[in-house]
Each structure stands twice: as structure tokens, then as C-alpha cells.
Design a protein around this ligand. Sequence first.
Ligand SMILES: Cc1cc2nc3c(=O)[nH]c(=O)nc-3n(C[C@H](O)[C@H](O)[C@H](O)COP(=O)(O)OP(=O)(O)OC[C@H]3O[C@@H](n4cnc5c(N)ncnc54)[C@H](O)[C@@H]3O)c2cc1C
Length: 478
Amino acid sequence: MADVVIIGCGAVGAATAMELSRYKLELVILERENDVAVGTTKANSAILHAGYDPRPGTLMARLNVRGSELCRAYCHALDVPYRGCGSMVLAFSEEERETLRELLDRGVKNGVPGLELLTGDQARAREPELADTVQAALWAPTAAIVSPWEMCLAFAETAVKNGAQLRLNACVTGIERRGEGYTVHTAQGDVEARYVVNAAGVDSGAVHDMAAPHSFDITPSRGEYYLLDKAEGARVNTVIFQCPTKLGKGVLVSPTVHGNLIVGPNAEPSEPHDEATTAGGLAFVKERALLSVPGIDFSKSIRNFAGVRANTGRDDFLIGCPAPGFLDLAGICSPGLTSAPAIGEYAVELLAREGLALEKKEHFDFSRRRVRFKELSPEAREELVRRDPAYGRVICRCETVTEGEILACLRTPIPPVSVDGVKRRVNAGMGRCQGGFCAPRVVEILSRELHLSPGEIVKDRAGMKMLARETKGGEADV
Ligand SMILES: Cc1cc2nc3c(=O)[nH]c(=O)nc-3n(C[C@H](O)[C@H](O)[C@H](O)COP(=O)(O)OP(=O)(O)OC[C@H]3O[C@@H](n4cnc5c(N)ncnc54)[C@H](O)[C@@H]3O)c2cc1C
């Protein structure tokens, strides 16, 4: 019997698993998909929010500010791309200037360090591309940008390296109370556990209902984005927000840790898994973003995508135990990515209050390094290629990703099984051509290394085959 079963391996489930893996516990993580970080964690604004937005006194306020500190420390320790670039919220009217004063007041109450109100000219002195119509801004130096999927992967890998068992393709279909614990039914058979943690994102309402009386609804809200080429990546240096509304934090313009520019999101009611983009949604995003930064060249767009928020209509996360030994980490909408490590810490505290015995391990492996060939000096590259010629074969030309890096990620604690899984780990396919050049080569490498035919290689989720058909000679039509 496992001590704790965690349902869902997005940022929240992974962070919780990592925190629990510091203790002598049998941990099992059950994830429905074929990889970690494939829910909302892979499709969001990638901002580590400073923490002035949540209402003071809420869990969300506390976990956001603590999470922002922990993310900085953990990204550094686990080699996750992170940039402490700060953020600005813009005001275009006297009414919005009042909103900035409210946000400043909230931020001070929430314990956010370094907040400062700027005039329009002071804001433009920092960000010359801001519109002339900007009257004032709230500067938050502790805001940052991150690679969200790599942060989640790093947390999950750390949990696995420290003994947690990750079961992929293990959709939870039912939960039954048995004696002092639970039987969790999954697509791969039953798992017995003393404690169960619900970290199922937009499905956290459905998982809650498997173990406890219905008490909340998730009302999914979709946000759509433009991702622009690196030619636009330096358009701004900080995260540029507009004033938040009831619908969310508004349309932002931000650099990404990979050197691109991200613009979005809108907020539209949606189905839980509807990640489609729409002409109307994108037109709205574009129109709003140009109010903040009029010079954005949208002809440099290389991709559109959408993510789905796990909203509940309340202005706080739903964290607590609705049944003995069953912990909900539910309704984790924005700033859930930022808060994830703090939610993990808090989850451990709540499970201990439920009676989980915690004994620290003598050794906790909290290290992670990955080779990024394109960031190496010419001498280091030469030495690496001499030791392993696979680093001399460039697979993704846009991002300069080598075969050596792809082979290395296949030897990590959570190896990829899809073309997008490789992309999330080493950036192959993230550049201007969006995999037009490297995808067939990644298919070949995965096919060879996983001993599968090219026709069996998937783009992302199970069933999303990359190839329409294979020819009789075994060659693939891509
Ligand atoms: C448009 C948008 C912008 C955002 N921007 C930001 C931002 O800039 N900064 C920020 O801090 N936050 C942001 N957020 C919020 C943040 O992305 C989420 O709060 C966070 O990713 C939630 O993580 P999670 O682990 O709870 O959910 P998820 O990442 O969705 O993970 C849940 C996992 O549970 C699995 N699962 C579901 N049901 C089952 C089942 N029955 N059995 C097994 N597994 C199951 C799913 O497959 C999934 O992998 C944004 C969200 C959106 C949508």
C-alpha cells in the first residue's frame, strides 16, 4: 500500500510529489497522459507573479508570494530557465491609476517587496516601446519569467529520483474509501493508498466528486496567445500587464525565457479541454496588446496556442480535506504556476495534520543539470563533440539543438515518448520553423531509440500519430 497517491502531474502535483519525496514515504503519482506538464502547466503566460493581485488574507495571496520566492530558488538549484525581469501594470486613465494604488496597497499587505508607482514617463524610460497614452505604472521587481514545463519536469524528476513512482497513461476513474485508506481505480489497475491528493487541474472537480460530496464546480476559461519570433523578443524587457478585471489579469506582452515575445491571453468560457484558438479571440488579444505596445509586429507570429484556467468563481484556491485523508488542491487557477511549490509545501503540512507520519530522508537528491549546446563556448562545444560525436549533429537548426542533447534527455528519469515531449525537454522545434525541419529527424531518433516504427511515434498525447501512413518498405511519409 502506498502512503500517498497524487492524482495529476502538472506543476501542482509535481511540486507536491517533490516536497513529499523529502520524507520516507511510498509515493505514487498517477497521470492520465503519456508525459508530465501536458495540462494547463504547458499553456499559460509563463509569468512568476510578484503577488500584488490576490486579495489580502487569502491562501492565494500567501502562496503566491511564498511561491515566487521558492520558484526563484528552485529554478536556480534545478537548472530551469528563469529570468527575474520584473513587471509593470499600466494605467491609461485616472480610474486605472486608482486601480494601481489599490494593487500597491494589496501588494504591501501581501508582503511583496520593492513595489513602486511610476509616472508614464518613468515607465517609458524603462520600456521605450510603451504607448504615449500610458499615464502611470506599478513596477514589481520580483516578477519573473520561467519555462513552465521545464519547471514542472524538474520537480517531477526530483520526486522520481528520490523514490516516487510515476505512472503515466494512468487515468483515475474512481476512488473508494477502504478501511483507513483508499482504493484508486485507474486505467492501469487499482492502487491502494493511505492518503490521496487531488491535483487534477481542470478535472479537479471531477476527481473531488469521486471521493467526497459535490461542493464546487470548475468553470473553465480559455486564454489564447500569440507567440512571436525572436526578432520581436526584445520588444520589451519586462512583463507588461494591463489593469486586471473581473475576468483575469488582462492581456500582457512579455519576453519569454527562450527569447520570443508572448502576447495574450483573452478569457472566454470553454470546455475543460478545449485548447483551440479562434479568429475572434486572437483579434481581441492583438487589439488590446497594441494599446500597451503599439510597435509589435504581428507578422512575426510563429504560433498560436490556448490554455484553460481551472476557475471556480471564488477568488481563492480550494485547498483542504473534504474527506479523511483526501486532500483537494483544486481550482488552482492563475497564479497557480507561481504558487505551485508553496502549494506543495502547504500540502505536506495539511497531510501531516491528517496524521501522515513524516520522517526526513538522510539524503535528498536536489540536483539537476542539462547540457544546452548553443549556450556553450566554442571550446566547450569542441570538447563535447570530441567526447561524443552525437553533439556534433545539429537536429534543430532554429534552436541549435544537437542529437546528443536529444539522446541525453532520453536517459533522464522521465524520458519523453513524443515529438513534443522532446521539444519540452530540449527546445527542438521551438524556433521559427516550428519543427518543419527537425520533426522528421526527431521521429527517426525516437523510432530508433524507443524501438518503435516511425508510424507509432506520436506528436504529443497518445494517439496523435505524426505520420499519415508508412510505405511498404518501412519508410515513412511525414
Ligand atoms: C491562459 C492561462 C494563463 C496563465 N498564466 C499564468 C501565469 O502566467 N502565471 C501563473 O502563475 N499561473 C498562470 N496560469 C495558471 C497556471 O497555469 C495553473 O494554475 C497551473 O498550471 C495549474 O497546474 P495544475 O498542476 O493544477 O494543473 P495541470 O497542469 O492542468 O495538471 C493537472 C494534471 O492532472 C491530470 N489529470 C486530470 N485528470 C486526471 C485523472 N482523472 N487521472 C489522472 N490524471 C489526471 C492532467 O492530465 C494534468 O496533467 C495560467 C493559466 C491559464 C489557463
